[in-house]
Write a protein that binds this ligand. Sequence first.
Ligand SMILES: Cc1ncc(COP(=O)(O)O)c(C=O)c1O
Length: 461
Amino acid sequence: MAANSAQARDIAYQVHPQTNLRLHQSEGPLVVERGDGPYVFDDTGRRYLEGMAGLWCASLGFSERRLAEVAYEQMKTLPYYHTFNGRSHPQSIDLAEKLIEIAPVKMSKVLFQSSGSEANDTAIKLVWYYHNAIGKPKKKKIIGRTKGYHGTTAASVSLSGQALMHADFDLPLDGFRHTDYPHYYKLAEAGESEEAFATRMAESLESLILAEGPETCAAFFAEPVQGAGGVIVPPPTYFEKIQAVLKKYDMLFVADEVICGFGRTGNRWGSETFDLKPDMLTCAKALSASYLPISALMISEAIFEAMVAESEKIGIFGHGYTYSGHPVTTAVALETLKIYEERDILGHVRRISPYFQSRMGEFADHPLVGEVSGVGLLAGLEIVRDKTTREAFDPAVKIGERIQRAALDHGLISRALGDRLALCPPLIIEEAQADEIAGAVRSALDDVWSEVRPEGLAAVG
Ligand SMILES: Cc1ncc(COP(=O)(O)O)c(C=O)c1O
């Protein structure tokens, strides 16, 4: 590595999120310089198919000029304004109106932030604010799920069920609890049907609420499909049963649509795919095709009314960010939503996703693959040492990372999440790219299989 190379300067000056910082000092970064459709190019000119749409987000790929032009025009007209203290501007008004129009259930108002973490953080604060406003100050605990991921601010990561993100940060904060996550393949008991498993998951949530005291339990947050948890698609009836428990104990339901929103699961919202009826909904990522950072939190009329009363009592709604409803990010988000409609991106996802899922489904017969799960343009492969017993590899083998690395060698960016390999390509992929993803994953699995099999690391048979 040359002393003044991009890699060396990166190591010298930049701290990378969700990275082993020690390892990074010897390995350095993959420096990505430009994009074209669903492809990105590194600093040597090598092309990769972005099989993760970046971080589950670059829905329109990497070269949508309309978004660049809208940003430029908006920067010339009004590059910045804020929404504090009753100020506003046309773009944030238009976007808020549009989001309320397309919400999966009746919503009343929108709060803007810059990231998914901030949207969930805001939702957490509103759960507390709301219960104070309605005279239930003891009802404050918030329940997330093991393997759930809702961001990395102090509160949103407390809600997340990610032990590696809590460790030595002195987190989670008080008042956050986690219930089971609905991974049927891994957690079902012998002979248990999907329906019985879903019932058991709901019973487990109910037991937690009863143990904590229902009068202290305020809200439950869930991603329709757990993304960072490894693309965990809930079994049928799971959310129906979970929502019945939440109703029984008068708890709010917050749907985290940060990954699922805007077509990812084959409907505009994951809430439509899984019939969720949330009181609040967070979205980000594909809201602006990730060309600029923006997130939105939608809230019901009941929550808004309580906020109005509370802010009247206190004298202010004491929350917000400098960039809440930033004119350039809201303009780009509006244009993104226009592109989705004009090009019928949702129709495209519905046409292409059965093919994508069938190509991913082919891996079920690979000796390293225990399960393939997926919906829409999301897929997760569970890598196992023994397909019969579903035994996992020793974590020291780093099987997921090895496959991710091998896939990169074959020109595909994927993401290992523990022993699961995730795929979440841009929504604009065509069949040829689904074939490319399948080819690279097949080659990567075969490469790693040929390494681990002689090492005696994988069970043969
Ligand atoms: C479901 C979900 N919620 C929230 C977040 C946090 O979003 P951000 O990284 O924009 O803060 C993510 C990020 O991947 C996510 O997947």
